[in-house]
Design a protein around this ligand. Sequence first.
Ligand SMILES: NC(=O)c1ccc[n+]([C@@H]2O[C@H](COP(=O)([O-])OP(=O)(O)OC[C@H]3O[C@@H](n4cnc5c(N)ncnc54)[C@H](O)[C@@H]3O)[C@@H](O)[C@H]2O)c1
Ligand SMILES: O=C(O)[C@H](O)COP(=O)(O)O
Length: 527
Amino acid sequence: MPKVLISDKMDPKAAQIFRERGVEVDEITGKTPEELMAIIGEYDGLAIRSSTKVTKEILEHATNLKVIGRAGIGVDNVDIPAASAKGVVVMNTPFGNSITTAEHAIALMFALARQLPEADLSTQAGKWEKNRFMGVELTNKTLGLIGAGNIGSIVADRARGLKMKVVAYDPFLTAERAVEMGVEKATLDELLAKADFITLHTPLTDQTRNILSAENIAKTKKGVRIINCARGGLIDEAALKAALDSGHVGGAALDVFVEEPAKASPLFNTPNFISTPHLGASTSEAQVNVAIQVAEQLADYLMTGGVTNALNVPSLSAEEAPKLKPYMALAEKLGSLVGQLEGTGIQGVAIEVEGAAAELNPKPITAAVLAGLMRVYSDTVNMVNAPFLAKERGLDVREVRHDREGDYHTQLRVTVTTETGERSVAGTLFGNGQPRLVELHGIKVEADLDGDMLYVVNQDAPGFIGRIGSALGEADVNIGTFHLGRRSAGAGGEAALLLSVDSPVPEPLLWSVCKLPGVKKVKALKF
Ligand SMILES: NC(=O)c1ccc[n+]([C@@H]2O[C@H](COP(=O)([O-])OP(=O)(O)OC[C@H]3O[C@@H](n4cnc5c(N)ncnc54)[C@H](O)[C@@H]3O)[C@@H](O)[C@H]2O)c1
Ligand SMILES: O=C(O)[C@H](O)COP(=O)(O)O
């Protein structure tokens, strides 16, 4: 039974779903990194929010981990390259808390416009400072939206309902989508110059870090009010403090900080500054949504291989997964065969599908071929990290889908390019979904790729099979199955022999087979 650790506070629905789906679950929150390292090795899955930092060091101790699920959107607390390199799938729940977070941004915008927290404090202190708290209307004001994705577009919709004009800066926003959203597409400079309020809704990346820098803050309208419910680090906090102190910025509301938990900040106690402790996603509705989604996604992956909302592997629905499973087994075996035959000299790989295989999602098939093939480089390769390793090694990977009808109802062909040319192997699935090799370097053979095998290329001549049988017998190696194919009819041409054997092929046997007359190539294989 797979085992999952929930390491951040999560709605109880998550644990309930894991148990219902046959996944063992522990809820252990508030651990230090060292404490987490000590226990993470037990788990196949890890369910987190933003508090747990899944660093490279943690991942090094996660010897059984297969999947990390983020109950929420931002995954900047997960070292995704390190997870990918280790073959761990990383998933998030991209929509479950979007409305809630958009509403928090709108709430903070109102709070800034009417100085609600300060007015509340003053009133409850018995001061009744009616003349101190002069606010501004939102109607007819311009809202500058930096980032017009899921949350940004909900904020835009709500702001338009408040009769605000919305200008949006997002390099991936198309003109058509801007029209659909009812916003004006702008450059960052145009937005900075026009906005009365600015709200940020981008992930934290190298491009967005300090997008509101001192220089950009200086380009804003005097009195601008700024809201950040996305990520700390999008705003230069020192520059914001200086701009609030000088009065250039009329107010700022931050839900997120560069350092979290933010227990001390130069911004605290600055007039017109409002803060909340990363509450953007904290409503009961959003927390139930993300808890259910993360548990369903992790359970799907661990129980069926279904992949939803993964950030480092292609998606694969729970319905697709069983259909693809036998193809992935075939793909991995063909990849392993070419990897073992060619060694590390492979420069490119083409994966061709035809018949029933051409109807399927090609990405998992490609990943499985690469996993089989890349295992010549490292035992720890799996379908998650194989595409990354292939890219890292500069392997040229091509996927080709054929509409034609071939000899088989379904066929997968893997062709590798090496310094000495191209060589290919092909396979199919038999009735019960059994993977079967059907062609090896242009020679028709039919073989199961299973266990220990011996591959021999020889010149077809009478008596050869007897000689090889004797060589194996003398080495006390028992033959399980025997598959023979030849390039052309009649003796004298090239033939290929694939034998499955009941024990690993010892080195001296390889040498004695090598010395048999007519032998051109010998290789011990393992599947
Ligand atoms: N405060 C919270 O509790 C809370 C809750 C949920 C989400 N978030 C954060 O909100 C942010 C947005 O979430 P989302 O669901 O809308 O994500 P999303 O991926 O749907 O949208 C992000 C948008 O940012 C845009 N973008 C990327 N680089 C940009 C750049 N350099 N300049 C301008 N735009 C850029 C993208 O094109 C995309 O449209 C994320 O950082 C997420 O982690 C915070
Ligand atoms: O990216 C997110 O989903 C938010 O930052 C929510 O974070 P939380 O789960 O820690 O509230």
